[in-house]
Design a protein around this ligand. Structure first.
Ligand code: GLA
Length: 409
């Protein structure tokens, strides 16, 4: 009897402990799941900042290059002014194993070890894939392996995914039989599929859509989980390419905001194809546009001019302003353009761009940017206090260059 009672109370206690443990596990799991979903929801409250391998390294990128980029991001001071993501682009992929798991190719001997290294520097690691069977550079894509790949990324410790349409296009074409609407639906479903797969991992992974601005991604990108979406085709390291892309962003401001950004592609600053004035235009315009700032040069071999453009805290503060309002064009008179971005505390960033072939004075009427009376001015490239400005401000802007000021009360 005593023994029976003992056994009974032992069982009761044991079972209730087990139930308690299980309930705790479920509670912890639920907590960590909702924490992960909540963390995903708060990603990219300001435009993502970091580095991406593609513009400089293209298909030659190696594990050692990525580590060197992480090292340089710290030693150059870029990390300390907000650059966070170290993003591997296309060509890291190997073949799938017998179970269908994606593997790296020989240039990336260990993605988990690489992520650990990048994390040890206080940075985050990004990766690249495609909703199609193949990527733009004809490496392995995620088609029909979405959850498996997302799980692999989470296991490796990946923090950012650029998902590039390329390889899905032949499938869209074939399955839609030329019907644009059907093709568009197939594309959106593919982006949503990876979105859900990423959420299922319970790891906050910033999801960046790349479909070159076709089909107005600013209208649906956020619905399929995009924190940013490319608005244009690929940028080149030339003034004509950069300026065509940058200045064609007029009108898109209303589609951006905290957690959802228009992405006019990565930076070319420091890659050698533009003058310092042109690279200042690049940085200023991207900041006015509240664009992701993903440096695209070889950070380990950066000269002082390049570094000073990339780490200009005053310009970065415009891009990263807490309100997250994308700026827009105020006026265009021939090749002279004025753009304005509203900032926190009722301040305004105003950029005077000269797209013409000669240095010219450009005048901004303060009323054109909603300022009546006088205002305090600060030159964000000259790092110079301009004192009190009244009614208008005139500056001589170099060929293809910019003068950028912060106006505040
Ligand atoms: C596309 C993208 C680029 C880059 C390459 C890689 O062209 O737009 O940014 O990712 O693919 O193959």
């Amino acid at each position: 009897m005593t023994m029976q009672l003992g056994l009974k109370s032992y069982l009761e206690e044991h079972v209730s402990i087990q139930l308690f443990n299980r309930a705790c596990c479920l509670a912890v799991l639920a907590l960590s799941c909702s924490l992960a979903v909540a963390q995903s929801a708060t990603l990219a409250q300001t435009p993502p900042m970091g580095w991406n391998a593609w513009n400089h390294f293209k298909g030659s990128i190696t594990d050692a290059d990525v580590r060197a980029a992480a090292d340089a991001m710290v030693s150059s001071g870029m990390r300390d002014v907000g650059y966070t993501y170290i993003n591997i682009d296309d060509t890291w992929e190997g073949v799938r194993d017998a179970q269908g798991n994606i593997q790296t190719n020989s240039r990336f001997p260990g993605m988990k070890a690489l992520a650990d290294y990048v994390h040890s520097k206080g940075l985050k690691l990004g990766i690249y894939s495609s909703p199609g069977p193949g990527t733009c550079a004809h490496f392995e894509g995620s088609y029909n392996h979405e959850q498996q790949d997302a799980d692999t990324y989470a296991k490796w410790g990946i923090d950012y995914l650029k998902y590039d349409l390329c390889g899905l296009r032949p499938i869209m074409k074939e399955q839609s039989k030329g019907d644009q609407l059907v093709a568009s639906t197939i594309m959106k479903q593919a982006y949503e599929k990876m979105h859900q797969a990423l959420l299922n991992t319970h790891r906050p992974i910033l999801y960046s859509l790349c479909e070159y601005g076709w089909d107005s991604p600013w209208l649906w990108g956020q619905q399929v989980g995009g924190k940013a979406w490319r608005t244009t085709g690929d940028i080149g390291d030339r003034y004509d390419s950069m300026s065509l892309i940058g200045f064609s962003q007029a009108g898109l401001a209303k589609y951006a905001g905290p957690g959802h950004w228009n992405d006019p592609d990565m930076l070319e600053i420091g890659n050698g194809g533009m003058t310092p004035d042109e690279y200042q235009t690049h940085m200023s315009l991207w900041a006015i546009l509240a664009a992701p700032l993903l440096a695209g040069n070889d950070l380990s071999k950066m000269d002082d001019v390049t570094r000073s453009i990339l780490v200009n805290k005053d310009v970065i503060a415009v891009d990263q302003d807490r309100l997250g309002i994308q700026g827009d064009r105020v006026s265009a008179v021939g090749p002279y353009e004025i753009w304005m971005k509203p900032l926190d505390h009722k301040a305004k960033a105003v950029a005077l761009f000269n797209r013409g072939p000669l240095a010219e004075p450009i005048t901004i009427q303060l009323k054109d940017v909603g300022i009546s009376g006088s205002v305090h001015g600060y030159d964000l490239w000259a790092h110079k206090d301009l004192g009190i400005l009244k009614d208008s401000y005139t500056a001589t802007v170099p060929r293809h260059g910019v003068v950028m000021v912060r106006l505040s009360r």
